[in-house]
Design a binder for this molecule. Structure first.
Ligand code: SIN
Length: 511
């Protein structure tokens, strides 16, 4: 074990973590990233953009309204207003870091349209290369900051707690050595949970390790049942599944089945641009009834494909498909987690010394269903907010009484563990996925309980913990709302028009 001097620790090097780090002044910042720079983060794969009401006719009020409607009535209005009202500043912050957003010939931002947005509102970089474009600029800035050290290939094992306060983290270095790193503040920016599912658009690192560490430390967690499935990932047998951005549908691409039938117009007035959960369920239903589903870009995009959507075009080329002449086979896949570690508008969690931003956090801005491209916006706004708060704060005692952190477990993630991981992911897809039912959720819960009795690797232990908490909250919510759809409770229930928050300890006591 090694000790380091007090500093701010940022765990995760996606957009949220890098923005947080860059927003500090006068403090030493250590970023720990679980993969080499630019890899292992969903940010780098992002094809959408930053939602901002900066186009003609649009307004923050309409953006707020769209976000609240997509969130199926349970978003925290204050959090939505907080991000939406800071969208223009967020764009300017990124430009200041060197990000060059796409502009039209008249010098206005070239904004694209995505599902459930009333206006074209998504600022992008070189079409669908927004994630890599933003990441490259932020990484360049990080390199020029001697006060920021980036450590690649380090994994968080657990948070260190002393006297009810987070004072650092146990981290595993690339050579397998455990370090005890102390800090004045820890920011979790570890990303989401998509890789808990067999079909996902997320990288292998997205298993909820930040949620798991915060949960063991006693942090308040919220909305874990809400996992968003992206309707159109490429159904080409790859794991993770390559994304076919929603902006393709914003440009007019349509969904067809293998009978060449468009099925969305009969399901929702917005057809292919209906809210993401509606489109995902419609595609899922087609597939369940034996059809293959395709995204047909031939008429709407055609020969402009490579120029307008270079990322999707390259992904298609990798699998030998020309989207100019051939529809892209698609299926829904786990994409984004609305739930996570509860934070306030400063990114503060319920535990002193611990902040969270980006997908690991639950700010309440997304409710039961995130509006497309609000996530990068939230990551930027809350990355900045967390850093600002840490620079300003005079530490106070937390009203919560979290327990001491747990013991670290060193079981290797060997071939046997990998097989169990794959089985868990398939089970999550089949039993806790786009369509849920108590029988399936209970079955999955029982399977996880069997796994929990075994001596698991740290990675698999985290996966079992987070999957178990998702299932618990999914069972509790006896209704269908946003991304959470249950065939045994297919309707909205006013009594459930609220968010669910709890701690891991409360869940264990209730079990
Ligand atoms: C997409 O481009 O379809 C994904 C954007 C998002 O998830 O916000």
């Amino acid at each position: 074990m090694t000790h380091s001097q007090d500093t701010v620790i940022v765990i995760g090097a996606g957009i949220a973590g890098l923005v947080a780090a860059l927003s500090f002044k006068g403090l030493r910042v250590d970023i720990y990233a679980n993969a080499p720079m630019g890899q292992g983060t969903a940010s780098n794969w992002s094809q959408g953009g930053v939602a901002a009401a900066i186009g003609p006719g649009d307004s923050a009020a309409i953006h707020i309204q769209d976000s609240l409607i997509a969130a199926a009535d349970i978003a925290d209005r204050t959090a939505v207003e907080f991000i939406v009202n800071k969208a223009r500043d967020a764009i300017h912050f990124l430009e200041h870091q060197g990000v060059v957003f796409d502009h039209n010939a008249d010098g206005q931002y070239a904004l694209s349209r995505e599902a459930a947005h009333s206006f074209p509102r998504v600022a992008r970089v070189k079409g669908d290369l927004t994630g890599p474009g933003i990441m490259a600029a932020l990484q360049q800035q990080i390199k020029q900051r001697p006060d920021i050290q980036l450590h690649s290939g380090w994994k968080i094992l657990d948070l260190i707690m002393h006297d009810g306060r987070i004072i650092g983290a146990f981290l595993l270095d690339p050579n397998g050595h455990v370090h005890r790193k102390l800090a004045t503040a820890v920011i979790l920016a570890t990303g989401g949970v998509g890789y808990l599912y067999k079909n996902t658009s997320n990288p292998k690192t997205a298993i909820g390790e930040g949620i798991a560490a915060a949960a063991r430390a006693g942090a308040l967690l919220s909305d874990l049942e809400f996992v968003q499935f992206h309707p159109t990932t490429m159904a080409v047998g790859l794991d993770p599944s390559p994304l076919a951005t929603e902006a393709l549908r914003g440009e007019g691409a349509v969904l067809i089945n293998d009978q060449n039938e468009r099925f969305m117009p009969s399901i929702h007035p917005l057809a292919e641009l209906a809210p993401r959960d509606v489109v995902a369920r419609a595609i899922f239903a087609q597939i369940k009834s034996g059809h293959n589903v395709f995204l047909d870009c031939r008429a709407a995009i055609g020969s402009g494909f490579a120029e307008k959507f270079p990322k999707v075009f390259a992904l298609c080329q990798n699998i030998g498909l020309d989207p100019v002449v051939t529809p892209i086979p698609v299926e829904p896949a786990a994409h984004y987690h609305m739930g996570g570690v509860v934070t306030d508008l400063s990114g503060r969690t319920s535990i002193d010394g611990l902040w969270a931003c980006g997908e690991v956090a639950c700010t309440g801005a997304h409710g039961a269903n995130r509006l497309a491209s609000n996530s990068l916006l939230e990551a930027i706004v809350f990355g900045q907010a967390a850093a600002t708060d840490i620079m300003n704060i005079r530490m106070t005692k937390s009203p919560y009484a979290p327990r001491e952190t747990s013991v670290i477990n060193y079981v290797p993630h060997d071939v046997a563990m990998q097989a169990k991981e794959l089985a868990l992911r398939a089970m999550m897809r089949d039993r806790v996925g786009v369509i849920r039912h108590a029988d399936d959720l209970l079955w999955a819960q029982a399977e996880l309980e069997k796994l929990r009795q075994q001596n698991l690797s740290h990675r698999l232990g985290n996966m079992v913990l987070v999957a178990g908490m998702i299932i618990h909250m999914a069972l509790e919510r006896k209704e269908s709302r946003g991304s959470h759809y249950r065939t045994d409770y297919p309707n909205l229930d006013q009594a459930w028009c609220r968010r669910q928050s709890t701690t891991m300890q409360n869940l264990m006591e209730a079990a």
